[in-house]
Design a protein around this ligand. Structure first.
Ligand code: NAP
Length: 291
């Protein structure tokens, strides 16, 4: 039996191709999304319980080979797969879509993680509005900024009470980094964020935001309309790659907007391919079939 670690369009495509050829294939999903797009073939849901749990699962189900087709930012399951497959001598292939390529007219700034993205947003907002950052306000007045007061148990609410930042002065940002890790933006008084994700995020959330629950694929026309409707000035995205969510980058380029691009986390050094076709050929060979 072949096990696909899924959660991506590529994983679904691969499962469909293998299933079509009559191979026994099981796709594993983390079970985070309430109505996931299900691939053909068998599907199992939920974590395995770390590398040892996955290794036990591979043995118990007599898995012939594993294809890790998870999202480029799902780092824990990939390292779990590397460890479990090494421990059980089950062949492992990583299917990972290539990163996006910068094109003429793009204004990309790459950062290592969401914390760096938040810090850069704060700096951009301060520079654009010529308003002081939270740290500067504290230094000037000796009083906490609005976000800090709330964090310390002060009154909750829409904010905007900090001297120097009115609602219309906030940098308007489209944030597409997903519902995980939004705590990195939780004290960002200087920005208004349009937070787009598939499922509702859990707090803490940015103090000034609007939630947009939506799932790709997105079109260029749709992304342009979204940027214009919300008067977006800057985009923050993960370096996910792939066609389904690329339109936002094309739209940002068309509008001359800066994009803060969060880089992919490191991956374990395993054999890897970039296309479903190559993963299919590998999986067929692993199952003893001719392509
Ligand atoms: P993660 O941090 O690597 O995984 C956290 C834990 O969730 C893993 O340790 C594992 O639990 C479980 N898990 C993750 N993927 C699994 C799978 N395919 N099957 C069974 N268990 C899985 O991953 P994540 O960033 O939370 O993403 C979760 C899933 O969503 C992934 O499958 C990924 O392909 C998909 N996804 C992620 C993103 C993103 O931006 N991160 C975007 C689109 C889709 P145990 O340790 O208990 O085995």
């Amino acid at each position: 039996m072949l096990l696909i670690l899924g959660g991506t369009a590529e994983a679904r495509e691969l499962a469909a191709a293998l299933h079509e050829r009559g191979l026994a294939v099981t796709t594993s999903l983390a079970g985070r999304v309430s109505n996931p797009r299900l691939p053909p073939g068998r599907v199992r849901m939920g974590g395995f319980g770390g590398p040892s749990g996955l290794a036990a699962w591979l043995r118990q189900h007599r898995v012939d080979a594993v294809i890790d087709a998870t999202h480029p930012f799902a780092a824990r399951i990939s390292s779990s797969a590397a460890a479990a497959c090494a421990a059980t001598a089950v062949p492992l292939l990583r299917l990972e879509r290539p990163p996006w390529r910068e094109r003429p007219g793009d204004r990309w700034t790459r950062v290592a993680d969401l914390q760096q993205a938040a810090a850069l947003l704060q700096a951009r907002a301060a520079a654009l509005r010529r308003t002081p950052t939270a740290t500067q306000v504290r230094a000037m007045t000796g009083t906490p900024a609005a976000g800090e007061a709330r964090a310390a148990g002060g009154s909750a609410g829409g904010g905007g009470r900090r001297p120097g930042i009115r609602a219309k002065e906030r940098l308007r940002v489209l944030l597409t980094t997903g519902r995980q890790g939004l705590a990195a933006f939780a004290t960002l008084e200087e920005c208004w964020l349009l937070v787009r994700c598939v499922e509702p995020p859990t707090p803490p959330l940015p103090p000034h935001h609007q939630l947009l629950l939506d799932r790709g694929p997105f079109t260029l026309a749709g992304e342009l309309a979204l940027l214009d409707r919300h008067r977006i000035e800057l985009l923050v995205a993960k370096e996910s790659g792939g066609e389904m969510t690329q339109a936002k980058l094309d739209a940002a380029r068309a509008r001359g907007l800066e994009v803060i691009l969060v880089q992919r986390p490191p991956r374990p050094p395993v054999e890897a391919v970039a296309t479903v076709d190559r993963a299919l050929a590998w999986a067929l060979a692993a199952a003893g079939r001719n392509p």
